[in-house]
Design a protein around this ligand. Structure first.
Ligand code: FES
Length: 121
């Protein structure tokens, strides 16, 4: 069962939110995560508009059927954050429950967790 990284494509970081001329960071985040996940087994990536966490973009969700899901935010798009997210998602995919042991968390996800959502019974 793959783990999916869902990237908000319409996120704007707080500093540029009012500047409608600036491209949303979400599309850049999606591109970064797609590149980082290329050829990583067990991890899929998709983009969707707005995860309703607009105050702390860029936002992503990590989920899989029957496992804990996580929402993370306040990312800068780029190779470093994308690589950390994909590494975390690969651990999520390997876990039976979605719990990735803290010692396996890449540094780049620490401090970015917004919510943990239990699976449906
Ligand atoms: S625009 Fe990204 S969470 Fe709303």
């Amino acid at each position: 069962m793959p783990t999916t990284i869902t990237v908000c494509t319409t996120c704007r970081q707080p500093a540029v939110r009012e500047d409608k001329e600036r491209t949303p960071c979400g599309e850049a985040m999606l591109d970064s995560v797609l590149r980082a996940a290329d050829e990583v087994s067990g991890v899929e990536v998709r983009g969707v508009p707005c995860l309703m966490g607009c105050e702390h973009g860029c936002n992503v969700a990590i989920s899989a059927d029957g496992k804990l899901a996580y929402v993370l935010g306040s990312f800068e798009p780029g190779e470093e954050s994308a690589s950390a997210l994909v590494q975390y998602a690969a651990g999520h995919a390997e876990s039976d429950t979605g719990v990735v042991p803290f010692k396996q968390w890449p540094q780049g996800v620490k401090g970015h967790f917004v919510a943990r959502i239990p699976p449906l019974d």
